[in-house]
Design a protein around this ligand. Structure first.
Ligand code: AOF
Ligand code: ZN
Length: 354
């Protein structure tokens, strides 16, 4: 098998792994493909649900005795520890796997050591540190090494960079299909953050609607002076909510939800402690910030954004936007990961280089 063919099988395992998004976290997303000596795929598996079988074990289950002498392509180094499940390194050895091609190493020390274990048992091991496998692992790895969840900034804008909804007709900028996609993603993540301006102007619910709900994201309001109207939808009982305000603000009249008080620098709230709080208290791996422009600009300037998910509607707003999102994005160091269409919108996903 050529190096290109090996990489392509690893990428196929990445696509398998992505199916675990929403159910596998806070564990990493992991995929595994087993190929016999005639290069036929005999086993496929991914880590489907937290606490249940790892990718390798699921793929070995499918391969059965065909695993003997075969090669396993796995996006993450096989674990070597007894966690909620037994070590994958031993399972691969017991099944008679001859070679393992690994896409990324595991930052989790307790789980690592699988590579050495495999080698010691005579299994050939190749570690590629492949870009797509590392990207797949990035949210888990970041949280594990820094205590910060993975933050995706998501917004819908007109072609000329405005977040303002066109007056008169629909209150939405993006298409119904795009909104559906956002709800699907909300059902897979741990927290949604918005700024106080969005709470006052749009009165959003930020719940998961008409979508598969794997988890219920906690709703988070960034509201430095506690200006949010307490009767607004975000404080209803449909999902948990917390509000973050500046240290020193009088909180006695605010009873709508738990409050967290944050330090501030030159009048701007430090959002890093809030993000760490979400990882620690809610075990949050994936957080989505949904606006508005002020919140985004603070997330960007505090280097907390990991990804941008931008829905560009075909409309062009008549007025020059107060905050031009196109300009904000240009000021960041980003790489375009992919562009799709959804309904009438163009959807761009960027990685923020940090
Ligand atoms: C693998 N394959 O598919 C995954 C791995 O508590 P456990 O037993 O589920 O172990 C969780 C740890 O195992 C997790 O922190 C990470 O280091 C590794 N995840 N390893 O070999 C997998 N999901
Ligand atoms: Zn494992």
């Amino acid at each position: 098998m050529t190096a290109d063919e090996e990489r392509s099988l690893l990428h196929q395992a990445v696509r398998l792994a992505e199916q675990g998004h929403g159910t596998a976290e806070p564990n990493p997303l992991v995929g595994c493909i087993i190929v016999n000596q005639s290069n036929d795929i005999v086993g496929e598996g991914f880590h489907e649900r937290f606490g249940e079988g790892h990718a390798e074990v699921n793929a070995l289950l499918m391969a059965g005795t065909d695993a003997r002498g075969a090669t396993a392509f796995v996006t993450l180094a096989p674990c070597n520890h007894q966690g909620k499940t037994p070590p994958c390194s031993q399972a691969l050895i017991d099944a008679g796997i001859a070679k393992v091609v690994i896409g990324a190493s595991d930052p989790h020390e307790e789980a690592s050591g699988g590579i050495q274990k495999l080698k010691d048992s005579g299994v050939e091991v190749t570690l590629l540190e492949d870009e797509l496998c590392c990207e797949l692992l990035a949210p888990f790895a970041q949280k594990f090494t820094t205590g910060l969840p993975w933050i995706t900034c998501k917004w819908a804008q007109s072609r000329n960079g405005s977040l303002e909804t066109p007056s008169g007709d629909s209150p939405w900028i993006s298409s119904a299909e795009s909104q559906q996609l956002v709800h699907e993603e909300r059902g897979c993540i741990d927290a949604i953050i918005v700024g106080v301006g969005t709470v006052i102007e749009d009165n959003p619910s930020l719940t998961v609607r008409n979508a598969t709900q794997h988890r219920t994201p906690v709703r988070v309001v960034v509201d430095p002076m506690l200006r949010s109207p307490q009767e607004n939808a975000i404080f209803d009982s449909q999902a948990p909510t917390i509000i973050a305000c500046k240290e020193g603000v009088n909180t006695s009249a605010f009873t709508a939800c738990p409050i967290i008080q944050l330090p501030h620098t030159n009048g701007v709230m430090d959002l890093q402690p809030l993000c760490k709080h979400l990882a620690r208290e809610y075990d949050a791996t994936h957080v989505m910030a949904e606006g508005g422009a002020t919140l985004f600009s603070h997330i960007f300037s505090q280097n907390l954004a990991n990804e941008l998910w931008v829905f560009v509607a075909p409309s062009v707003s008549a007025e020059e936007p107060i905050v031009n999102m196109n300009t904000l994005v240009e000021q960041l160091d980003t790489s375009l990961l992919h562009t799709d269409t959804c309904g009438t919108d163009t959807v761009n996903r960027y990685k923020v280089n940090g």
